[in-house]
Ligand binder design. Sequence first.
Ligand SMILES: [Fe+2]
Ligand SMILES: [Fe+2]
Length: 309
Amino acid sequence: MDGIRFNRRTAEGEIAAENEPSAELLAKQGDLEVILYRINGESVVWLFPATDPNAIEYFFVHAGGVDLAMDDGLVSLGAGESFSVSGLTTDVPVKMHGDTEILYVTNCPAFEQVKDVDVSLKELLTRINEKDHYTSRHSKAVLQYSLAIYDAMQDRGPEISREDLAFAALFHDVGKCFVPVEILQKPDKLEQAELRFILRHPVDSGRMLLPKFGEQIAEIARNHHERLDGTGYPRGLRVEDISLSSQIVAVADAFDAMTSNRGYNIVKTFLEAAEELASLPHQYDTRITSVLMQLVSSGALEEGVITGV
Ligand SMILES: [Fe+2]
Ligand SMILES: [Fe+2]
């Protein structure tokens, strides 16, 4: 991406941990500011294009590390490495590698910590939509299917509020903001290195949701690709370690993946997909897949009702 120059070094420095995010103004002269940011490992921050065309920003990673989600790939920097920004044209999300300290020098501050996760996650969905329309439409579909299943399960369903399940379903894939768009949309088989980006997205989703929404919602996002028999990812959990709520989102997620056109898959009808999921009881909970079958065969879930966000 234009506008960012990376200054690497091979040896990593000492890593110091800090628990609370903070910004300490170390020096100021006119518009020039030197700030030490201590950022908690659960945070996501954004680099925004500066409004002043003469703005220069320099970031030195003092401890911890950062991942910058660039359009052409993820760039990881560790302690002792730095980058400078000028002429940035798009927003760039930055994720911490655990608790991180960044020395920030600027003549036009434009580095903001995301404080309101509600707003930032919605923005994130919009931005993911700009990068990859499938993910945003998919999030909306998974929300609708998850709630339909939840409503139909009634007192056989999980102990979670409808609102919490809705949040988890809508934001289950926000971790995809760290997956380069060419990997998200790649029609061919992914290379090992590319696959690693995909395999980590549930972990990133969980970490992004945890601070604001708590463990119950984060667990759903983290485990939506786990399968009952341990064949899922990222951790290969088994049935006893996967909540019923995450299994609902997992079924809704797989159902949408099977029935929507991602450009490289065979698109199944709702009935075909529901039957296939019901035929895999070792992977998907039959209490959920049988409810899905009822919803599809009764016409309660109709094809073609999900539109783009
Ligand atoms: Fe996912
Ligand atoms: Fe998904």
